[in-house]
Design a protein around this ligand. Sequence first.
Ligand code: ZN
Length: 98
Amino acid sequence: MATDYDAPRKTDDELSEDSIEELKSRRVDKSASSVDVDETEQAEGFELPGADLSGEELTVSVVPKQADEFTCSVCFLVQHRSRLASETDGRQVCVDCA
Ligand SMILES: [Zn+2]
């Protein structure tokens, strides 16, 4: 009978411990598997911020000047060639600043 009283207690403790352990192991499993999944993505993601030139996706606002674009020497905005108003001694001026 004494074991009957102990048994449920122990079972309760064990159950809660088990569930915690289970949760832990599940979380570990999840994070472990997600790490496995992310590893390739992260490997690529880590390279992008480090190398600014290859991180075109992350630096959309700082995209290098395109072949059909110029940097205005007055407002320093990169604009399309169609907006080039004048070019003197390599100084290119957009229509806004001309
Ligand atoms: Zn300008």
